[in-house]
Design a protein around this ligand. Structure first.
Ligand code: NAD
Length: 349
């Protein structure tokens, strides 16, 4: 099967990542890149990559079947719509865009031109998230009550467009979209009922530089997603509570540790004594009623995103990141902003 040829628009951090992946791909190849800044195009050329002289030149190249858009968030719509109108399939970086109206215009352009349009939710291939999804979907610990998902750093927001509201900056749009999408993949896009969010403005007053967001699902299931950019001690990456036990992933490079409750009733509870008091309620269980084990990281290959895209463009399978999922991801983010502003829980429907 002939490889699908891609142009990458925006040759910055993520555009560079896409270009590199496309050069090594088994299903696609890189026709060239275009960046609005000359020095980025020159850098591409110095790496042996063809750089187009303009966006139009890239979009009018008949050899190009598809376009990956990796420019700052506020420029996604214009380039995506132009590429679809030029008859190209399109992958747009996350967050797909900033408003529902903008997303509907993009989807309409895809439908009108009969092209595949999706967004790059690459963190669906994160092994830590996949371990949480495995526990949920397999039922190995019974019903999952809630999952807490955190990514903590301590360098504030990078000193680029991410600091500015006009470009769709801030951590909800930047990282929030990944963590929200992961939780919706686990608990079900259709089950999201309401959100409650508190934003941080520690190093940046213009946009959120961190947040804590509760996603409330049907049946009382709850996910908490949290991004911090001023955390000099990071909390665990994932913490899951379920009917039969608890699972934790300390760091995203690590395996999952599970403590499973094998028998609810205990015969000998040894109270914990501290200088100020005594507690039986909070005394740890011994291994007579629990077992502890690790779950190895699931296998995953992020290039399956491109493999799916190429097959979807050929009508061989449905696209993995659907338009409805993109709508709900964005809805959740906008509801989170409204909740942070109002201090209230915001319903989704
Ligand atoms: P960046 O600033 O490193 O790169 C953006 C590039 O786009 C710059 O080189 C800039 O010159 C170029 N550019 C700006 N406007 C342009 C235009 N109109 N036409 C052509 N080029 C233009 O930013 P980045 O970190 O690469 O982020 C780009 C996009 O990728 C954002 O939407 C971001 O959210 C997303 N991103 C996704 C992930 C992920 O894991 N999926 C990771 C990082 C960034």
């Amino acid at each position: 099967m002939e490889k699908m040829k891609f142009a990458v628009i925006g040759y910055g951090g993520m555009g560079g990542w896409h270009a590199e992946r496309l050069q090594k791909s088994d299903v696609a190849e890189l026709a060239g890149v275009y960046d609005i800044r000359r020095e980025r195009n020159e850098l591409a050329e110095s790496r042996g990559i063809h750089a187009y002289a303009s966006l139009d030149e890239a979009l009018n190249d008949p050899a190009v079947d598809a376009v990956t858009v990796a420019v700052p968030n506020d420029d996604h719509e214009e380039i995506v719509v132009k590429a679809l109108e030029a008859g190209k399939h399109v992958i747009c970086e996350k967050p797909v865009t900033l408003t529902p109206e903008s997303l509907e215009r993009m989807i309409a352009a895809a439908k009108k031109n009969g092209k595949i349009f999706t967004t790059h939710q690459n963190r669906r291939w994160d092994k830590d998230y996949l371990a949480m999804k495995l526990i949920h979907d397999s039922g190995m610990l019974g019903e999952v009550f809630n999952i807490e998902s955190r990514v903590h750093g301590n360098r504030g927001i990078p000193s680029d467009w991410r600091k500015e509201k006009a470009h769709g900056g801030g951590m909800l749009y930047d990282w929030g979209i990944h963590l929200i999408d992961q939780m919706l993949m686990i608990f079900g896009f259709e089950n999201l009922e309401s959100v409650y969010c508190i934003c941080d403005n520690i190093t940046n007053k213009e946009v959120d530089d961190g947040f804590r967001l509760d996603l409330n699902f049907k049946n009382g299931q709850r996910a908490t997603v949290e991004i911090g950019t001023y955390n000099f001690i990071a909390m665990p990456r994932f913490y899951l509570r379920a009917e039969k036990g608890t699972a934790i992933i300390q760091d995203w490079r690590e395996e999952t540790r599970v403590v499973e409750c094998t028998s609810w009733n205990e015969s000998n509870i040894v109270p914990v004594k501290t200088a100020a008091g005594i507690t039986k309620t909070m005394a740890p269980r011994d291994d007579m009623t629990t077992k502890t084990y690790t779950i190895p990281q699931p296998e995953s290959d992020v290039h399956d995103f491109y493999r799916n895209f190429v097959k979807a463009a050929r009508g061989e399978e449905p696209q993995f990141v659907t338009h409805d999922q993109m709508r709900t991801d964005l809805k959740a983010i906008l509801a989170a902003f409204r909740s942070a502003e109002s201090g209230k829980t915001v319903p989704i429907r």
